[in-house]
Design a protein around this ligand. Sequence first.
Ligand code: ATP
Length: 410
Amino acid sequence: MVAVARLDNAPSDAKSMAFWLGTRLHNEPSGGVRDQMQGGFSAQPGHAERSQSAPLMRIESVGKRFGGFVAVDGVSLEIGVGEFFALLGPSGCGKTTLLRMLAGFETPDEGGIWLDGKNIADVPPHLRPVNMMFQNYALFPHLSVEGNIAFGLKQAGMPKDEIAARVAEMVALVRLQGLERRKPDQLSGGQRQRVALARALARRPRLLLLDEPLAALDKKLRAETQAELVEVQRRLGMSFIIVTHDQEEAMTLADRIGVMNKGQLVQVAAPRALYEQPDTRWIAGFVGDINLFEGQVMSQGDGFVSVATQAAGLLRVAGGVEAGKSVCIAVRPEKLSLSHGLSSHDNNAQPGEVLDADYLGGLTRYRVKLAGGDVVQVVRANAAGNDIPFAAGQQVMVSFAPEDAVVLTQ
Ligand code: ATP
């Protein structure tokens, strides 16, 4: 019962345990696949070291076609126990389809999904210890907060007194005390969202799948709810997979982010690594803003390459790519410095002219036209000591440190 013991809130009495186990797979893993998995999973803890060594879920070469269209294409991934994982990608890239396969609402055409070492291909959705919270998490309008949260527990035949205890626990978890008897139309958007979360968590799934759960909330409420979601996930120690379009949300919530494009999982990394070390030009451009300089490696040594670029001349950047290769130098807007005179970075300084400056409160965003004609984006924090702004039409030097750029070969 290793998996049960890991969950902080696992029930201790016999009846609850029987119900709890009923929501789980019948066979605990024994040796074999689980042992292999323990060797194979390398967690990258993010906000806290929550991920443990054995994966909860293993997704291997999963594919799904709709007619001739490939919606999910050979996705392999491991999700850790207690991990908060985000799937990020443009509209139509296959995020929801992948989630639906994990929940059992779609059947993969290829590959397999293992949970706690057991292949769950033949396990119907209601018997998987997995729950899915949809984007339009329609609450039952005729049922109260309590009624909505209790619904799945009644369906599962949980004894009445245990339902009452579980509902009270869930109400406290999502901080809805005092609102138990209200109907959904007597609640705010954020409160409705919390009822939906409580309902999704009531049966204590091992894995909760969330498909754009915060999409309907305004910016401020969304930020508050993100913090609550992380807190609930931490307290329960459950694994969450969230689908989102919003990269800031993915970075705020997740230990690791998987970026999908055209059905494929193109990079999986902790938020910082994904932003600082994107694998490809496409990922660099999708996750945040980026300046790209195409060029050719002239020489390499001591952990640096010299790259001849059309837009910015010879650039020296940390990296190791052999001479002659075509590459792209990627620099984030906040890694570019602006100065009125000579730059402190001898290697990577370019004269330019400020085209425009957008004051955004904490930051100012500049567009600067380099001498070669390319336009770069520079972001500067309006921090103490950084208070002399640059204005449109000014001549400036744009520069960056060799360690602050990435050399991309794809
Ligand atoms: P969004 O962010 O817009 O929700 P997504 O990444 O979640 O997009 P999916 O909903 O997984 O994308 O859809 C992936 C692709 O598969 C889309 O092109 C979609 O039109 C297609 N698709 C999804 N479900 C079906 C279906 N039942 N029949 C046919 N095509 C489908």
